[in-house]
Ligand binder design. Structure first.
Ligand SMILES: C[S@@+](CC[C@H](N)C(=O)[O-])C[C@H]1O[C@@H](n2cnc3c(N)ncnc32)[C@H](O)[C@@H]1O
Length: 211
């Protein structure tokens, strides 16, 4: 008898995995999953994340028209809903194909944010959220400059850019040539233009595309 793949049930797959994958490997994978869930939960509850969720996301999404969230993890999966509740059409992107599952269904593009203008060619955004990507994948100054240059090309004039970064990991993004050329600090009601913390190294900067 030949068994087609779609005829195999989920419990049968689990039983097969238990038979063929040795117990120490299964325990290791389980521990890794629990650890990453703990990290995700801690991240989601941190003070800086609270400001992002409750203040920055809504304030910078209102009137954006179209907004882009860069870098998708499990704990960012509900951000498109927050952004869209404020009236913006949300798009998401990440270099990691696996991250697509945490992005906006139907409006996610997989690719390198250093080529963000090619990924979103012909599209214009009112706000770009770039949080935790510098120092977590785009690590060198040249790459960061390329990314900001690309963002300046897909942001409409006057469009907003949130950069979340860690002062112990990367240089101040305000010093990047592309930032100096195309952006100024933004005064958005209810948001400080730069937020720093005593207990964590995270910094939020809000910029506006000049011109
Ligand atoms: C530390 S996580 C930050 C996730 C999220 N933006 C946040 O607010 O926490 C870094 C994310 O950036 C993504 N990333 C790293 N390098 C990238 C690149 N060159 N282009 C696009 N995404 C990148 C990673 O895959 C990962 O999902």
């Amino acid at each position: 008898m030949t068994l087609r793949l779609e005829q195999i049930s989920h419990p049968q797959i689990i039983a097969a995995l238990k038979t063929f994958v040795p117990s120490p490997i299964r325990s290791f994978v389980r521990r890794r999953n629990v650890e990453s869930e703990k990290v995700a939960l801690a991240t989601a509850r941190s003070t800086d994340r609270k400001l992002l969720n409750e203040t920055l996301l809504p304030a910078l999404s209102r009137g954006a028209g179209r907004a882009l969230w860069v870098g998708c993890r499990a704990y960012t999966a509900r951000y498109p809903t927050i952004i869209e509740a404020c009236g913006a059409e949300c798009w998401t992107t990440d270099i990691d194909p696996v991250a697509a599952r945490h992005g906006r269904p139907g409006r996610h593009v997989t690719g390198d944010a250093k080529q963000i203008d090619a990924l979103f060619a012909g599209m214009e955004f009112g706000t770009v959220f770039l949080n935790g990507v510098f120092g977590f994948g785009i690590d060198d100054v040249a790459g960061q400059d390329e990314c900001i240059e690309g963002i300046s090309r897909i942001l409409k004039p006057g469009g907003l850019l949130l950069v979340g970064w860690n002062h112990d990991a990367v240089q101040d993004p305000e010093r990047l040539p592309a930032m100096q050329k195309s952006f100024v600090r933004a005064a958005v009601p209810g948001c400080e233009t730069r937020v720093r913390y005593d207990d964590v190294t995270h910094v939020y900067d809000v910029f506006r595309r000049a011109g």
